[in-house]
Design a protein around this ligand. Structure first.
Ligand code: SF4
Length: 248
């Protein structure tokens, strides 16, 4: 399905101040089952899934197994599957691509340079995501504007030009951390076990550390990189030369 910039901008304006449930209803009524939630097992995605599942119990959900996740994340995948009774689609990187990368650059290449880190995220995350999204008209994220400067202007709905021009819905983009915490408490949502150990944003094991009080919640991601965008290329475009290297 093709979408015009004008049409999608209009939807985004109409939905800007609507509750997340209304945004998800709009998306699911029009595009389910050619629409899926990208779920990282973090709390924002739990909120999105909970709201969406109450609207459409067969909502499609996928997650990326990079091969470098925490055991607690694997435990959480099973908890989510059991709670909602939905088959979570697990995406894996291409084995030949991973083999070639680690043969050439080692298992922990990401610590050596930003280029290596982006290459690893490209192979383990961006490529499997792009391949999976090719079957959909749209996807749903748990992005919030106040998470990091790179996310400050994320719209409620946009055309995802990096993924074939499908739609990308961001239904809790305007939520605060307090709103997330309140929703989780009220609805008794299960939480990833690493939050209790000081993690405030959870990615791959070698690339995520707990944060200290007062630090930005995403400061624990790729903590060794100075001035990093703290993005892996799934949501925010990287510099063109790196992007080409990742996605060609
Ligand atoms: S977060 Fe780290 S281990 Fe995971 S894909 Fe990116 S660079 Fe590789």
């Amino acid at each position: 399905m093709e979408f015009s910039e004008k049409e999608v901008q209009l939807w985004s304006q109409q939905l800007e101040n609507k509750p997340a449930a209304e945004i998800l209803e709009f998306a699911l009524q029009r595009f389910h089952p050619r629409l899926a939630i990208a779920h990282s097992m973090q709390i924002e995605d739990m909120v999105v899934l909970d709201i969406a599942w109450k609207i459409q119990p067969k909502v499609r959900v996928f997650t990326l197994d990079t091969g470098r996740l925490h055991q607690e994340t694997y435990d959480m995948i099973d908890r989510v599957r059991d709670r909602y009774g939905i088959p979570i689609e697990i995406l894996f990187p291409d084995a030949a691509e991973v083999e070639a990368m680690v043969r050439a650059k080692g298992m922990n290449l990401f610590y050596e340079s930003p280029e290596n880190r982006h290459e690893c995220c490209g192979v383990r995350k961006v490529h499997p995501l792009r391949k999976h999204l090719a079957q959909f008209d749209g996807w749903i994220t748990g992005l919030r504007r106040d998470q990091w400067t790179t996310r400050a202007h994320v719209p409620v709905v946009e055309i995802d030009t990096a993924n074939g021009g499908i739609l990308k819905f961001n239904p809790i983009v305007h939520w605060t951390q307090q709103q997330i915490d309140d929703y989780v408490k009220t609805n008794r949502l299960p939480a990833h076990a690493l939050y209790a150990k000081g993690f405030t944003s959870i990615g791959c094991l070698p690339c995520t550390r707990p944060t200290q009080p007062g630090e930005n919640p995403r400061a624990g991601r790729w903590w060794w990189e100075e001035g990093s965008k703290k993005e892996c290329g799934l949501h925010v475009a990287e510099p063109q030369e790196i992007k080409n290297k990742q996605l060609d």
